[in-house]
Design a protein around this ligand. Structure first.
Ligand code: GLN
Length: 499
């Protein structure tokens, strides 16, 4: 391959890794190229923080390891992190004013694991505040000094949202600003923005990746995962991200890191794809239904079979999630009180007043709404009626998946009922936002792995993603399915105009 640096951002992450290893390009040249791209497309507003000196120093260390023959699996590959992961060399805000200017004394485990394989950090990516949202409209980016547009626009159609909460993680990949990024998924925040921006993203089984250093939203649901252009790229990133973290996160599974690429090349003959009819009701828009159906037909051509299954409690996932997630958030966010982290109100009369003013100024509306809902459902007299009931239904939802997996190997359906909506269309209506999460919440509540694969385009030229959900620990199989699909199609190769 003749390699001019102009092509670098068009390479898939796995291709770029090979070029670096074979020294067709240096890590420094690569880092400079992507930093220049960041400048060129500053108007997208994807970054909340960059530090070029740090990025270049990391790249130069990567070049030394390549020269010394000690390259890691991602040596010299530039990536960017959702601003939910704490980083010692970059500011971490979680998209919130309350963490304005906050610097962590340590790196999140996921960040450290990727760095240990040689990944170079380009910067921190804009997201909905504390990962609460599905449109990037809940980010406090403007208040944090970001001069770009708010929200970050969808590069396929800039009048539309990019999805969320990992919105900028998806935009950075779609706009070729980074070959891969990290995201977090509590109720769909990797899968939905990946779907809306036409990139590939996977949320592994709950507990695969350590949550240490991931600013907590809802601890029983939060999970890290990668986004990139292809399933093959995601497999490489995910293999580096996962693994036990015994002294730091007791919910990180005691399972050694796996090579998630190991099944990629296996054909799909005989694979049974469960198609839950609850995911194909009248709420699904025609363009999404069409693209998803065509993708299922393509899987049949590849040798897979469709099997009708049922996930009867799908609709209940919304009220269950919007009780459990705020309940956990109300507890997790109590640590932001103006004492230990970030923002503190300038004027106050006593300690209680300092707490109150700091939190009033520091949190945005959606975060406050969730703290109130969460406090309410956990309070004496309502705990049994809401929180306990929600926990019981959560278990039933997980059991429903196990029933379905008796008949199939993976489950497929849309990621979201529609393509990305217009900026502002749902911003005054939190419930409209919540309803759009219907298809991603079930796998989150069950702790199952799920991914989004680009399968076409719908209204407004906006991408459509297919969701693949697997049983616990079946990430390698999901990635195999997606990879085989990507060998036969080219949706993942299309790019938005101007990038
Ligand atoms: N949209 C969902 C929410 O607002 C999911 C967010 C997430 O996965 N972080 O809570």
């Amino acid at each position: 391959m003749a390699l001019s640096t102009i092509d670098l951002h068009d390479l898939e992450l796995v291709e770029l890794t090979a070029c670096l290893r074979e020294r067709k390009v240096s890590a420094i040249e690569t880092a400079r190229h992507f930093l220049a791209r960041a400048h060129k497309h500053e108007a997208l507003g994807v970054y909340l923080d960059r530090n070029e000196a740090i990025t270049l120093a990391q790249a130069s260390a990567a070049d030394q390891r390549i020269a010394g023959g000690t390259a890691g699996t991602l040596e010299g590959v530039p990536i960017a992190h959702k601003d939910i992961f704490v980083t010692k060399d970059f500011v971490t805000t979680a998209g919130s004013r309350i963490l304005h200017g906050y610097r962590s004394p340590f790196d999140a485990t996921v960040v450290a694991r990727l760095a240990a394989q040689g990944a170079v950090t380009l910067g921190k990516l804009n997201c909905d505040e504390f990962a609460m949202g599905s449109s990037n409209e809940n980010s406090a980016a403007t208040a944090l000094g970001q001069t770009g547009p708010a929200p970050v626009p969808n590069p396929w159609n800039t009048a539309h949202i990019p999805g969320g909460s990992s919105g900028a993680s998806a935009v950075a990949v779609a706009a070729r600003l980074a070959p891969g990024t990290t995201g977090t998924d509590t109720g769909g925040s990797i899968r939905q923005p990946a779907s809306f921006c036409g990139v590939t993203g996977i949320k592994p089984t709950y507990g695969r990746a350590s949550r240490y250093g991931m600013v907590a939203f809802a601890s029983s649901l939060d999970q890290a995962g990668p986004m990139a252009r292809t399933a093959r790229d995601c497999a490489l990133l995910l293999s580096a991200m996962c693994g036990p973290d015994p002294d730091r996160d007791s919910t990180a599974l005691d399972m050694e890191a796996e090579d998630f690429s190991r099944l990629l090349e296996q054909p799909l003959a005989g694979v049974r794809i469960g198609v839950p009819h609850e995911f194909f009701g009248p709420g699904v828009s025609a363009d999404v239904a069409r693209a998803v159906d065509a993708a299922l037909a393509q899987f049949e051509q590849l040798g897979a079979r469709r099997v009708p299954v049922s996930l009867p409690r799908t609709e209940l996932a919304i009220p269950v999630y919007y009780i459990i997630a705020p309940a956990e958030a109300s507890s997790n966010l109590s640590r932001f009180d103006g004492v230990k982290f970030g923002h503190r109100a300038a004027q106050y009369s006593d300690l209680a007043d300092m707490y109150r003013k700091t939190r009033t100024e520091g949190f945005g509306d959606e975060v406050k709404r969730r703290i109130m809902i969460g406090t309410y459902v956990l309070s004496h007299g309502y705990y049994d009626a809401y929180y306990l009931q929600a926990q019981k239904i959560r278990r039933m939802l997980a059991d429903d998946f196990q029933q379905a997996f008796k008949q199939c190997d993976v489950i497929a359906g849309p990621v979201a009922p529609t393509v990305a909506w217009k900026i502002g269309e749902k911003s005054d209506d939190p419930v409209a936002n919540y309803l759009a999460d219907i298809f991603t919440l079930p796998a989150s509540l069950a702790g199952l792995p799920g991914m989004s694969v680009p399968v076409g385009f719908g209204e407004g030229g906006l991408p459509v993603g297919l969701q693949l959900m697997g049983n616990y620990f079946q990430e390698a199989q999901l990635l195999q399915m997606a990879h085989q699909f990507q060998l036969a199609t080219d949706y993942h190769r299309r790019k938005p105009q101007g990038f």
